[in-house]
Ligand binder design. Structure first.
Ligand SMILES: NC(=O)c1ccc[n+]([C@@H]2O[C@H](COP(=O)([O-])OP(=O)(O)OC[C@H]3O[C@@H](n4cnc5c(N)ncnc54)[C@H](O)[C@@H]3O)[C@@H](O)[C@H]2O)c1
Length: 414
């Protein structure tokens, strides 16, 4: 039986957002925790409890857990970020896992789920059909990165939690996660997401990995089915060592991806400019993951192939772009194709502040408009001309909303 509630640490990230949504959609109680001060609207509207501004290394992040809580620990920098600052990454990844397991012991919670990565496979690993079992049976192999070493450290902490404290740890070895969200972290397989975004904007793209290197990936809809199956499985159904399962999805090279993108954007012709870390990791990691174990024990098999993934991502970017352009036109009163501070202030007063009054909001802070408009312009204006173009607005809207900005301002200055 699934536990009565799920606590997700790192809920604000690419995987966490979707996991929160998938759990909430089936009626589970979700406690969403993240280091980011303000969790995204898409989470606050569906999670039972939201705890922003907490670090996985602080006990506070776990104070909502009880004996019936399943914990997902997703808080970790991705591969490239880890390579740039391994010490901080280790403190978050392994230090955080240690704190999570200690807190779980204190309240008697047993089930911890963790997202390992293809970054755990080093040069000795099989190129095709890679399994989580291979990782547990080759504990001394060199993953070739701090990212992989830190994931191994987490597996060891979880194995100790099982043997010494009767815990019920499970882990999924994730390939590159593909999704149609607007933002993502700094990893290697994220090159595919960058390429899809560049294609949708009609921009040039420099590919940071060798175009003929195949990497395993997974579309997030498949990933959610796999992760929920892993979380829900009876302990007796899990036959793999340390309850570890690779999560297969789809595999492709950059060349194959670009070919598929060109079916939608014929002019998309990327160049290659290798990034040292990304190119190294791409060569190191396997091409495909085994489908046998997750199908046998979890009933999971991937369904989304490259054409569907590309179409879904491009459509989502096009939709966001269309909305941003309509939004831009609504602010651009003089129709000169650029937004200035007067236009932004006017829009805020008319649509955000006045709107709030009409909806019965008690706090009316028209006096903050001047300051808010300056902040918006500073954040959006990428070329320093104190004006905002349609592209700059689109870029800002990937991470922010006007409503969120007003809300934050009103709260801070209340
Ligand atoms: N995205 C992928 O392709 C991929 C592939 C393999 C494995 N994984 C693993 O899955 C997990 C989640 O990945 P993601 O893509 O969602 O990453 P992400 O970077 O999008 O999200 C990570 C989240 O963790 C939060 N976080 C970071 N440090 C924290 C801290 N100290 N305390 C609390 N929260 C903190 C961040 O604010 C962010 O919201 C990670 O462990 C990652 O290694 C991801």
């Amino acid at each position: 039986m699934p536990a009565s509630q799920t606590l997700i640490v790192g809920a604000g990230g690419a995987v966490g957002k979707r996991l929160t949504a998938a759990l909430a959609a089936r009626g589970s109680r979700v406690i969403a925790a993240d280091r980011m001060p303000q969790l995204p609207d898409s989470i606050t509207s569906i999670a039972s409890v939201c705890v922003g501004g907490v670090d996985v290394r602080d006990q506070e992040a776990l104070e909502h857990a009880d004996a019936d809580t399943t914990v997902w620990n997703l808080a970790a920098p991705l591969s490239v970020e880890t390579a740039l600052d391994p010490a901080v990454a280790e403190a978050v990844t392994m230090g955080g896992m240690s704190k999570v397991l200690t807190a779980m012991r204190e309240v008697g919670a047993r089930r911890i789920c963790f997202t390992d990565s293809i970054g755990s496979f080093g040069a000795e690993a099989p190129r095709s059909g890679a399994t989580a079992r291979w990782l547990t049976e080759n504990p001394t192999q060199d993953p070739g990165s701090d990212y992989g070493r830190q994931k191994r450290g987490c597996r060891e902490l979880m194995a100790e939690f099982a043997s010494a404290a009767g815990g019920d740890p499970r882990f999924a070895v994730l390939p590159g996660v593909l999704h149609s969200e607007a933002i993502w972290g700094n990893g290697t397989t994220e090159y595919a997401l960058d390429a899809l975004l560049a294609a949708s904007k009609g921009e040039q793209y420099e590919c940071p990995v060798e175009p003929d290197v195949t990497l395993p990936m997974i579309f997030v809809d498949d990933l959610m089915r796999g992760l929920l199956a892993l979380q829900d499985a009876e302990e007796s159904a899990l036959h793999e060592p340390e309850n570890g399962y690779a999560m297969p999805g789809l595999s492709f090279s950059a060349e194959e991806l670009f070919e598929e993108i060109r079916r939608h954007v014929p002019d998309f012709v990327p160049t290659t400019k290798l990034d040292d870390n990304m190119a190294k990791f791409a060569r190191l990691w396997p091409d495909t993951l085994s489908t046998t174990e997750p199908l046998r024990d979890l009933g999971y098999a991937p369904q989304v192939a490259v054409p569907k993934m590309v179409e879904t991502c491009l459509e989502a970017h096009a939709y966001r772009k269309m909305r941003a352009e309509a939004f831009f036109r609504a602010i651009d009163a003089d129709r000169n194709g650029l937004l200035d501070k007067t236009e932004i202030s006017h829009f805020m007063v008319t649509h955000l502040i006045k709107g709030r009054e009409e909806r019965g909001w008690l706090i009316q802070r028209e006096d903050l408009v001047e300051e808010m408009a300056s902040k918006v312009i500073t954040e959006m204006d990428l070329n320093g001309d104190s004006l905002v173009s349609s592209e700059e607005l689109f870029e800002w809207c990937r991470r922010n909303t006007f409503n969120g900005l007003v809300e934050q301002f009103v709260q801070e200055r209340a």
